[in-house]
Design a protein around this ligand. Structure first.
Ligand code: MTE
Length: 350
């Protein structure tokens, strides 16, 4: 990978390494950047990845000032102009009830993982100003009868929108509970009509370094973000395509205008701001698995008994209140998805 800027500040002593996505094992890092340890001058500690945009070298200073000029006024000033506003708020589907209060809207809008912009969760929204999230098209591609490119607004009107209260659990052991607006992924799959040779679905997020500062400055990530599901997982009633949250279109930091929400899997399995849905024969590679194979499995179903190699998954912290709750197998959605997995898929980091 060209133009890798290594900031000395990333080289942290081992004691400062915390269980977050921003750290990963050294081998995976070296593989990701395609360089040897000697070339990078890394010592025995893992690199800290990312950091505020202002820290980048080269044209980073100009980029940072551009971003500052376009900075949204507040965390909800990031909802893009949406031609389907009349569809919001959508009617709530009563099948999905929560065992906890809905997370405060601003708390959720200021606690985001969206590395295309920033690795610091609190600041992602501030950096989304240049990102043009509408109009937006999604390409349906690969092994399907009906491939093509569709405007998100047309899909929203064709499928109709509903609201679902879902729990959401990040692999970093924090949790929120949010009302998503959108439609079941199975509706999109039914429209595409996958061929019998298609066994998996692959999702690809946007690649626009001009609009997403993290894509410009964090060149060691294999952009664009990519994820995947087995086709029967994708067809499960729970698998949801979200175009909105809290009764309004998605703010950019939540993955406007269209993202995937899979409440029984760790959050990284749900890619944001997707541009492509592709039906494929074999198990697709995934962004985090390529970066740290031992840490982020393809299945990554929420499971308190399978610890992350660097931290326990027994409990989770509720964002906003700090409450600690026991982690539930499949995040408590076992009756919906338990039948998808045999015991083998629950014994390793799946
Ligand atoms: N999708 C893209 N394109 N880029 C990302 O960095 N982060 C993932 C997931 N989808 C990510 C992504 C992770 S790690 C999490 S926990 C969730 O988005 C966070 O979603 P939220 O910020 O809307 O809560």
């Amino acid at each position: 990978m060209a133009n890798i800027h290594i900031h000395p500040g990333w080289l942290l002593p081992e004691r400062e390494v915390t269980p977050e996505f921003v750290y990963w094992n050294r081998r995976a890092f070296l593989r990701a950047v395609g360089m040897g340890a000697a070339a990078l001058g890394l010592g025995g500690c893992g690199p800290r990845l990312g950091g505020p945009a202002e820290r980048v070298q080269g044209d980073g200073a100009k980029a940072a000032s551009d971003v500052a000029a376009m900075e949204p006024k507040d965390p909800l000033d990031t909802i893009p102009p949406t031609p389907t506003l009349d569809l919001y708020p959508a009617v709530r589907d009563p099948r999905f009830e929560l065992d906890r209060p809905v997370t405060d809207r601003i708390v959720a809008a200021t606690h985001n993982n969206f590395y295309e912009f920033l690795t610091d969760k609190k600041g992602v929204w501030r950096h989304t100003g240049p990102f043009r999230a509408r109009p937006w098209t999604v390409e349906i591609a690969g092994l399907a009868e009906h491939t093509g490119t569709y405007d998100v607004a047309d899909l929203e009107r064709e499928f109709g929108l509903e609201e679902r209260l879902y729990r959401f659990r990040c692999v970093e052991a924090w949790a929120i509970a949010v009302p998503w607006t959108g439609f079941p992924l199975r509706k999109l799959i039914a429209k595409a009509q996958p061929l019998s040779a298609a066994h998996y679905v692959r999702f690809v997020s946007f690649l626009r370094p001009d609009e997403a500062i993290g894509q410009r400055t964090q060149s060691w990530y294999p952009w664009p973000y990519y994820e995947g599901l087995r086709l029967d997982e994708a067809m499960n009633e729970l698998a949801f395509v979200a175009t909105g949250i809290y009764g309004a279109p998605l703010p950019k930091q939540h993955g406007a205008p269209i993202r995937i929400a899979l409440p029984w899997k760790y959050g990284f399995k749900g890619p944001k701001s997707i541009v492509r849905v592709e039906f494929v024969r074999g198990q697709p590679r995934t962004f985090w698995n390529d970066l740290a194979t031992d840490e982020y499995g393809f299945y990554s179903n929420i499971n308190p008994d399978v610890p992350h190699p660097r931290w326990s998954q027994k409990t989770e912290e509720v964002v906003g209140t700090g409450e600690r709750r026991p982690t539930l197998l499949f995040n408590g959605y076992g009756e919906w998805v338990g039948q998808l997995y045999d015991a083998k898929l629950l014994t390793y980091r799946s």
